[in-house]
Design a protein around this ligand. Structure first.
Ligand code: KG4
Ligand code: ZN
Length: 339
């Protein structure tokens, strides 16, 4: 069976063709980063317009690269949420309309389920059950995963997401959007120990997190010490280490609670090398293993949506004729695969 996957929830147009026997046959990605950089963040209206320009040409490329005709496609799957509603609508209406024109079913996919299942495209893929740390620009979640659609949210950020904290702190430092990867690069030049940022909400029990205070701490540190190149790098390192430590402390607690030996990290911030290395050490010390997607599938992409959509399609969970666009959609409201 073969699906065409469409992702347009934020600032990346991602298209993929996934075959359940042959694997990923094509994935196309267009990032709008340059478009939004001048504004220091994603401008929803511009994002929607750019998706409109790119979605059809990228679908044509993916169909051609995978040697697929519409007759080869068994379902069209698209991100229905969470995300920016105008951006979501581009993928949702395109996906729903193509499915109708081709006489195939459509499947509405949850963006965070896409991220969560992205490591399934790698070898070895994690087996269920596992703990998942989902760290993106919009969400920070610690999830107990017993199977597809069997998600228990154990902890989450009560304010800014980890990626959002990276981006806001980077912006304060004068770095271009999206600041996360830039700040992280700068941190490699930082002096260890010059600054120490707090590890929010780690002094009390529980798995919830808070990252909004870190940007204020960064602003105060800049006000007191200036923003020269070395100070910037030192702040970047102290900030990054605080986020990573906080995530590690919370993951360790969740691993203690569940007894799980497998940890999945996914979402944009899972591209962060320090986070990967330190979570790798943590799992190694516990006799377990960490799993993450290849770097290009950490941030938004069509492949993860095609994969997640295929699992839902095979379980018969298709969408009917309505157009699914759900800007707010809690992950733990998804049905289990078997139901
Ligand atoms: O998953 P994603 O592409 O979009 C959402 O679904 O939100 O995540 C984007 C986020 C941005 O905040 C970006 O700054 C962050 O992931 N990010 C990173 C790194 N690469 C991307 N943050 C820290 N270190 C990185 N290497
Ligand atoms: Zn995402």
């Amino acid at each position: 069976m073969r699906v065409l996957g469409i992702e347009t929830s934020c600032d990346e147009t991602g298209i993929a063709v996934y075959d359940d026997l042959q694997g990923l046959l094509s994935h196309q990605l267009y990032s709008q980063i340059k478009l939004h950089a001048d504004y220091g963040g994603v401008v929803p209206e511009l994002a929607s317009r750019d998706h409109i320009r790119k979605v059809i040409p990228l679908i044509q490329q993916a169909m051609a690269e995978s040697n697929s005709t519409p007759a080869d496609i068994d379902a069209v799957v698209y991100t229905a949420g969470p995300g920016l509603v105008g951006a979501l609508l581009v993928g949702a209406t395109t996906g729903r309309a193509l499915a109708m024109a081709w006489g195939k079913p459509a499947v509405a996919v949850h963006h965070m389920e896409g991220h969560l299942l992205a490591p399934m495209l790698e070898d070895p893929a994690p087996e269920f059950p596992f703990l998942a740390l989902l760290v993106s620009g919009g969400h920070t979640l610690i999830v107990r995963v017993d199977g597809i659609g069997e998600y228990q949210i154990m902890g989450e950020s009560i304010d800014d997401a980890a990626g959002e904290a990276f981006d806001k702190t980077a912006k304060l430092m004068g770095l271009d959007y999206p600041g996360g990867p830039r700040l992280s690069k700068l941190a490699t030049q930082g002096t260890p120990g010059r600054f120490t940022f707090p590890r929010p909400m780690t002094d009390r029990p529980g798995l919830d997190m808070s990252f909004s205070g870190l940007k204020t701490f960064a602003a105060n540190t800049i006000a007191d010490n200036g923003n020269d190149e070395q100070t910037q790098a030192d702040i970047a390192l102290a900030f990054e280490q605080a986020v990573v430590d906080t995530l590690i402390i919370k993951c360790r607690r969740a691993l203690d609670e569940t007894g799980f030996k497998r940890l999945v990290i996914a979402g944009g911030v899972s591209a962060n090398q320090r986070l990967r290395a330190q979570l790798g050490d943590l799992m190694h010390s516990r006799g377990g293993q960490v799993y993450y997607p290849r770097t290009e599938f950490c941030t938004d992409n069509g492949a993860m949506i095609a994969y997640a959509g295929m699992q839902r399609f095979k379980a018969g969970q298709t969408q009917g004729l309505s157009i699914g666009a759900t800007p707010r959609w809690p992950l733990d409201q998804l049905p289990p695969l078997s139901r």
